[in-house]
Design a binder for this molecule. Structure first.
Ligand code: ATP
Length: 267
């Protein structure tokens, strides 16, 4: 059995994912091998349709690869039954998706605490307050989702993912609906979580500045790895994306969405 390296929170070996059959076959991932070390923050980038979401779904155990191995927190996911997979995801993994999946009848606080209450591990009031404060929603804890902006709803989803302090956090465009300042705060929070709480963060993004908060950027093209950048800057990421054709059609490089302070450091 492949037990992998204990330093890796997630390890993919030769992962292939094919959707559809015969004439309708789409090869979404075509032999991807990579590792996500514990306590690291990785951004996944690539042109539309390059397989980013599929990679994340497979790495998170939400979807099974057609072939190849995914080792998640020491477990080969193809060897787990649905109950074991559900337990692994519930206890060790956090998710932030583009659709926030908030329950409209529950308040912010109730939405954030629901997964842990369902798991029989209700968080303390102070833990809830800390997380709501971290995402800038302390004043909104009794509001319902319909009373919040899109960006605020996204922050509820982020708080819900962070509250259980998951070993691995998968996030699909977590700052997509946020204004510049809030996006900076959330990205700094994610980086801080990786550095201090040794959480492993895997984030899909289209934004080179968001990616520059990560320790490493993995590039995908046509379902295959197309290189990596360590200690990325927004400029180096944007340049690489342009070469991958992600910013094609004669547009200028997208202006970094987030500002940086002097010396290239993020606030
Ligand atoms: N459920 C599915 N059934 C059939 N094809 C799929 C399915 N999910 C994804 N695909 C195809 O697999 C390929 C990779 O899709 P994926 O969503 O992983 O790309 P992506 O890089 O996340 O794209 P985007 O940046 O546009 O969100 C695409 O060609 C897509 O059409």
């Amino acid at each position: 059995m492949n037990t992998g390296d204990a330093m890796d929170a997630v390890g993919l070996t030769n992962v292939r994912k094919v959707y559809g059959k015969r004439d309708n076959e789409v090869v979404a991932l075509d032999g991807v091998t990579t590792q996500f070390r514990r306590g690291t923050f990785t951004a996944i980038m690539g042109p539309s349709g390059s397989g980013k979401s599929t990679l994340m779904q497979c790495a998170a155990g939400l979807d099974q690869p057609t072939s190849g191995s995914v080792l998640l927190e020491g477990h080969e996911i193809s060897e787990l039954d649905e109950t074991e997979l559900t337990k692994l995801r519930r206890d060790r993994i956090g998710f932030v998706f583009q659709s926030f999946n908030l329950l409209p009848v529950l308040t912010v606080r109730q939405n954030v605490t629901l997964p842990l209450r369902l798991a029989g591990r209700p968080p303390s009031r102070s833990r809830v307050s800390t997380v709501l404060d971290q995402v800038g929603l302390a004043q909104r804890s009794n509001h319902r989702p319909s009373e919040l902006s899109g960006g605020q709803q996204q922050r509820v989803a982020i708080a819900r993912a962070l509250i259980s302090e998951p070993a691995v956090l998968f996030a699909d465009e977590p700052t997509g609906a946020l204004d510049t300042r809030t996006a900076q705060d959330i990205l700094s929070l994610l980086r801080h979580s990786a550095q201090t709480a040794h959480q492993t963060i895997v984030m899909v993004t289209h934004d080179p500045v968001a990616a520059s908060y990560a320790d490493r950027v993995l590039f995908l093209a046509d379902g295959r790895l197309a290189g990596a950048l360590h200690a990325p800057t927004a400029e180096s990421v944007a340049e690489r994306m342009t070469h991958l054709g992600a910013f094609a059609d004669d547009r200028a490089l997208p202006l970094p969405r987030l500002e940086k302070t002097r010396g290239g450091q993020h606030r």
